[in-house]
Design a protein around this ligand. Structure first.
Ligand code: URA
Ligand code: SF4
Length: 211
């Protein structure tokens, strides 16, 4: 049982990605292991230059056990392609590794993780950052951005602009891909996608400049 409110004691010494994944699979440091089907750990190589941080796995990710494989993942993939970033250069993970949801009829509706859950899960993300040592960290959406960059961070105002942080040489935030899917009209969706790609092009430029 690990209900001490932090995954810290589960992080192996001298971690590697396979060791971390295995240890996180049994994590019960917050209550979310009960609602999620499985721990959805990050994915990508340890030599990835960019590390994307989403909020938490969605419905599809919860079932597949892999991050960003559902609709939001498709938007991310499209964005990367449009910005000219090789998906293989990216490590993708989430601020919280279990799916938090509430039943509405037969559907499982996403619920935002709270501050205690984010804090409990943070050691996994810190360990991923320590192993991968990305040149660029990209927070996707307000939950990840505020968790990584502080509660006062405003994605709408500060998106696409590198900010000072000791997480990595370059850190920036953009919107969550799901927010693009939630736009009401095709025109709004297209505009949101253009802005997302513009932020990802900032990442591409940083990498080309040697980051
Ligand atoms: N949304 C996220 O934040 N992460 C995923 O892995 C999928 C959807
Ligand atoms: Fe552990 Fe994170 Fe899952 Fe909570 S959400 S049980 S801290 S892996």
């Amino acid at each position: 049982m690990q209900l001490d409110g932090s995954a810290a004691s589960l992080v192996p010494e001298r971690p590697t990605l396979p060791k971390l994944r295995e240890a996180a699979a049994g994590c019960q440091a917050c209550e979310l292991w009960k609602t999620g089907t499985q721990t959805v750990f990050g994915e990508g190589t340890r030599s990835a230059e960019i590390l994307f941080v989403g909020e938490q796995p969605g419905d599809k990710e919860d079932l597949a056990g892999k991050p960003f494989v559902g609709p939001a993942g498709r938007v991310l993939d499209d964005g990367l392609e449009a910005a000219g970033i090789d998906r293989k250069l990216a490590y993708v993970t989430n601020a919280v590794k279990h799916f938090k949801w509430q039943a509405r009829g037969k559907r499982r509706i996403h619920q935002k993780p709270n501050a205690a859950e984010l804090a409990a899960c943070r050691p996994w993300l810190d360990a991923e950052l320590a192993v991968v040592k990305p040149k660029v960290v990209v927070a996707l959406g307000a939950t990840a951005a505020q968790s990584l960059l502080g509660r006062g961070f405003r994605v709408t105002k500060e998106r696409g602009v590198p900010v000072e942080s000791d997480l990595a040489p370059n850190v920036l935030a953009t919107v969550h891909p799901s927010s693009i899917l939630r736009q009401e009209t095709d025109a709004d969706r297209a505009e949101a996608m253009r802005e997302f790609v513009a932020d990802l092009k900032v990442v591409a430029k940083l990498l080309r400049a040697g980051a």
